[in-house]
Design a protein around this ligand. Structure first.
Ligand SMILES: Nc1ncnc2c1ncn2[C@@H]1O[C@H](COP(=O)(O)OP(=O)(O)OP(=O)(O)O)[C@@H](O)[C@H]1O
Ligand SMILES: [Mg+2]
Length: 286
């Protein structure tokens, strides 16, 4: 079962320098079961620093992170344990295009499964399937990753994690560099993986996507976790949004307008235009 627990986690960059930079302060939360969660927050609020603790790329300066059966604290862990952790939890980093390094797209995506002891044949098959899922055509398989556009590189990086079929998939701004249609397609893919049992944790600045796909939102503010909310509650809390620098999805304004005009909409059901229209029709008895 997927479980991520942060237990009073602090993280400071350049801790022993004259100018240490405190990025996380006393973060505690648990995500468990089957989740599709988002981490949101203003730029610099600590989101990327937080997710890098999840696969031990960074280790807490104080406190601990528990992922499944693994504990990550300030002590060193054996390589073997870290490898096993990274097989269960795939993290696609914010600038994942720089994670690509193999000669060809296919080799790059096969690297993970191969590294986790699949045969070459199995690894290649998994890589091909993952590439198809993210919408990379076969004629790209033999290209160098460096010949691809930013958005294509990002899809390849995501395929690299999907190919390993992790229990939890963590994605730091996976839609950056994609056009709105591309962003939607990638989120639809995550939804499909979620429906098949993978838990998803995504960092994004796109609140429309958060409202549409996520069932839980972690709101970061100045290195602290402000709280965990349902999207259908968070986006109506004007003061909190103002304080933390978050813009609600545009559709929320329309919901409020409808409510001011006497419609009693079920906010929980409203995730995008289509579901809003459905709710309005329901209220009007159509
Ligand atoms: N390598 C680093 N060295 C020193 N300070 C850093 C480093 N990386 C991040 N920081 C600082 O830590 C804080 C949190 O940064 P982080 O990258 O986690 O924010 P973020 O919420 O992911 O922002 P964004 O939305 O812009 O990606 C910021 O104040 C940042 O300046
Ligand atoms: Mg970031």
């Amino acid at each position: 079962m997927s479980r991520i627990n942060f237990d009073h986690v602090y993280y400071t960059y350049d801790v022993s320098s004259p100018l240490p930079s405190v990025a996380l302060e006393d973060i505690s939360f648990t995500l468990e079961g089957h989740f599709f969660s988002a981490i949101i927050g203003h730029t610099g609020s600590g989101k990327s620093t937080l997710v890098q603790q999840i696969n031990a790329l960074l280790r807490p300066t104080k406190g601990r992170v528990i992922v499944g059966e693994f504990e990550i604290n300030e002590g060193k862990k054996k390589i073997k344990e870290i490898k096993s952790l990274r097989k269960n939890v795939g993290v696609v980093f914010q600038f994942s295009e720089y994670q690509l390094f193999e000669e060809t797209v296919l080799k790059d995506v096969s690297f993970g499964p191969k590294n986790f002891s699949d045969s070459d044949e199995d690894a290649t098959l998994k890589a091909k399937n993952a590439l198809k899922k993210v919408g990379i055509k076969e004629e790209y398989f033999t290209k160098s990753p460096f010949e691809l556009s930013g958005g294509e590189k990002r899809r390849v990086a995501i395929a690299g994690m999907i190919a390993m079929n992790p229990e939890i998939l963590v994605l730091d701004e996976p839609t950056a560099g994609l056009d709105p249609k591309g962003a939607q397609e990638i989120l639809d893919l995550f939804k499909e993986l979620y429906d098949q049992g993978t838990s998803i944790l995504i960092i994004t600045h796109d609140m429309n996507l958060v409202l549409k796909y996520c069932n839980q939102v972690l709101l970061m503010h100045q290195g602290k976790l402000k709280g965990i909310y349902a999207p259908s509650e968070l986006f109506y809390q004007e003061e909190l949004l103002l304080e933390t620098g978050i813009d609600a999805p545009e559709i929320i304004e329309i919901v409020k307008l409808c409510e001011e005009n006497g419609l009693s909409l079920n906010r929980k059901e409203i995730k995008d235009i289509t579901s809003l229209v459905r709710e309005i029709k329901r209220c009007k008895g159509k």
